[in-house]
Structure formats: C-alpha cells, structure tokens
Ligand binder design. Structure first.
Ligand code: ADP
Length: 373
C-alpha cells in the first residue's frame, strides 16, 4: 500500500493540543516519522507525559490515520516527553557561545531565502512569502542579512526607521504589516561590507541576531545576500537553519547558479526545502489567460526535479510586483486578489508542508560550526 507522507501529516493536523489551541504538526510535536510498507511510525513529543492529552494522543493518532488515510495502515505511535533542550547556549568554537535563534527564545523555524545570483527576485520572494505566511495566521519575522544591498527596509516601507533597545538591552524588531523585521542595513554600511571576509561577517551577524527580543515566532524568513560565496556560507553556518528556499528565474544562466546554491547548502547539511521560479511568465493585463514565457519555460521546475528538491511554485512577471515593492507595501498586501498574490499563497502552503515534513522526519538543524580562516 503506497501512502503519501503529505496525507499522513494532513490527517495528524486534525489533532489539536488543548492548551496551545494549535495542531500537533504546527507545534512540531511529531518526530521521527517514517512511512514504509503500509506502516507509519512516529513519536509524539509531549511536555507533560502524565497529562490527559498525553494519555489520549496515541489513540487519537490511530483514529485519524485509520479514518483519513487508510483502515489498513498499521500505526506505530510512541509518546515521549520533551527530549531536546532547545535554546541552550551553543558552543561556537574558540570558547565562544551564541544564544541559539531557535528553541527557547521562541523562534520555531528559520528559513533562508537564497539565490545563485542577484536580480532574480530573491528579496521580493522573501518579503512576499513572509507576508503570505502572516496572512495565513503564522507569527512571522523577516530578517535582511543582505549586507551589500539591504532592500527589505524599502520593500517593507520602513526606510530610515531604526530599532530601539529595551530595558534588558535587547534590540526590539520593527513591526510592519504584522511582521517583525530587522535589517543588517541598520547596523552595517554597505560600502564597507563589500570588502568583508567571513570572520567579519560572522561577528556582525552574531552581534546583530544575538540579542534580539523576537517573542514567539513560527517562521523566521532570512533574506541572504545573492550568490554562493564565502559571506553566504558564513551566514548559513552562523544561524541554525531549518531549511533553505532557492529562488531562480527560468533561464540557463540563473539555473547554473541555483545549482551552486544547492551545493552550498548540501555542504553545510541544510536541507533545501524548496525551489521557487520567479519571473516565470508574463500575462498581458488585457489577456490574463495568455502566458508568455520570456525567459524560457519551467527551467527551475525541471532543475528542482533533477536535484530532487521540492518545487514550491512559480511567480509571474507583473509590473505591480515591482511597483508595490518600490512603494513599501508588498503585492500580497497591496493587491490581495492578484495572480501573484495567489502564487505566493500557494508557495507559502507548499513551504509549510515541506517544513512540517522535514521537522517530523529529521532532527532539527542545531549544530553551529564556525570555520575561522
Ligand atoms: P534580488 O533580491 O534577487 O537581487 P529583488 O527582489 O531585489 O532581487 O528584485 C530585483 C528587481 O526586480 C526589483 O526591482 C523587483 O521589484 C523586481 N522584481 C522581482 N520579481 C519580480 C516579478 N516577479 N515581477 C516584476 N518585477 C519583479
């Protein structure tokens, strides 16, 4: 019997934690999920093993999986109490520590948005993906780590604003369009950053993210600098990432660079949870059903297949995307009914699905290694 992993997750989403009022997938309570030969096995990690919920959850899992997936599925559920003390200080080599950005301080998933080269719409995708997740009810943070050309403050309409520091000497992110936002552009002069090497970037990222009052965040979206060099590598090694999204346009040159992006994340064991094709096609406003494939057709889609990476979706070229970014209200908010907004909503759906699968099947990415040159 072939059982789809997505179907198992969807069924388990029906089980809500009574106190948290969220489902057990969104709360990352399902771990070590394997599905093979008509058998689904997993562990449900609970805070209090003596609670009424802990006592009932196994039966609830059995029931929803038999009802929603298949009566014939054999279901193997273990209930365990919380096992990973996330949020502890993490050793970073040379005796230094950094407070993890995930775990206790309330950041559940950190997703880096990357591209092999500049100008493919990486920041545009990062911003609109963050907005779509927020529209879907998630608590979202958006972090601009593009030290060379920070564009998030402009796209979010917060140019010139500076974060304040609270009584505990923690930086308070700026809140705009319902999203907590910080940009390294607040701290770093892009003209100086151009000559930085890895260790300087590490120091800046650590200072920048080390002491921030994020509160509870379900998705932190990090906009990386374009490219796959030393600086990008340093950033993805400094921050414990749940996964990465690679943005590409359909033409060959961009795709060759997207391939390098995948190799970079493979090197540091960060799973690529998806690929997005931006500027996939153009539909004239007076012919919304026509699609012109200006940069080639489905290139990123094919590359995703070849690299065995989930394809999250495609975004059309739309003048309104650029205009709304320039004006500081991303298209997901400024034109909620547009084709592009629908595309971003679909991409956000796919992303949450892939992240849920990754969290249920694999251990969290926790290890932080800093390579000093
Ligand atoms: P990157 O972060 O990859 O350098 P940006 O997100 O800054 O790229 O996008 C580069 C330019 O292209 C911006 O002016 C942006 O508004 C525009 N742009 C990005 N994606 C689209 C799209 N799908 N349709 C129209 N313009 C776009």
């Amino acid at each position: 019997m072939a059982v789809a992993r997505e179907d198992v997750l969807d069924a388990l989403r029906q089980i809500k934690h009574p106190e948290e009022s969220q489902d057990i997938i969104r709360l990352d309570m399902v771990k070590d999920l394997t599905i093979e030969d008509g058998r689904a096995s997993f562990t449900v990690v609970v805070k209090d093993p003596d609670s009424a919920f802990a006592n009932q959850v196994e039966e609830a899992c059995q029931r929803v999986l038999h009802e929603e997936v298949s009566r014939g599925l054999s279901v193997d559920v273990e209930v365990d109490s919380e096992m990973i003390p996330l949020g502890d200080d993490v050793m970073m080599g040379e005796g230094e520590t950094m407070q993890q950005t995930s775990g206790e301080d309330g950041v559940q998933n950190t997703i880096a948005v990357a591209s092999g080269k500049g100008g493919v719409g990486k920041s545009t995708v990062a911003v609109n993906l963050a907005m779509s997740l927020s529209e879907q009810g998630y608590e979202v943070a958006l972090v601009d780590t593009d030290i060379y050309g920070p564009s998030i403050p402009k796209m979010m309409g917060m140019e010139g604003e500076k974060p304040r520091v609270n009584d505990e000497r923690k930086m308070v992110p700026l809140e705009k369009h319902g999203i907590k936002t910080l940009s390294m552009g607040f701290m770093v002069d892009p003209d100086q950053a151009v000559v930085w090497r890895g260790p300087m970037v590490t120091k800046a990222v650590r200072q920048f993210l080390g002491d921030v009052d994020w509160g509870d965040i379900e998705y932190m979206i990090l906009d990386l600098p374009p490219g796959t060099g030393d600086v990008q590598l340093t950033i993805v090694q400094t921050i414990p990432l749940t996964g990465a999204v690679i943005v590409s346009t359909p033409q060959d040159l961009a795709l060759a660079d997207a391939r390098k992006g995948k190799a970079m994340f493979d090197n540091v064991n960060v799973p690529v949870v998806g690929m997005v094709e931006n500027m996939a096609y153009f539909s004239p406003p007076d012919q919304p059903d026509r699609k012109y494939y200006l940069f080639g057709r489905e290139g990123a889609h094919e590359l995703a297949r070849e690299l065995d990476v989930p394809f999250l979706g495609e975004v059309p070229i739309q003048q309104e995307i650029r205009k709304s970014s320039d004006q500081g209200t991303p298209i997901v908010r400024s034109a909620p009914d547009s084709a592009s907004t629908q595309a971003f909503a679909g991409i956000a759906d796919q992303l949450t699905e892939q992240v849920a699968l990754r969290n249920a099947e694999d251990d969290p990415t926790q290890k932080i290694e800093i390579l000093y040159e």
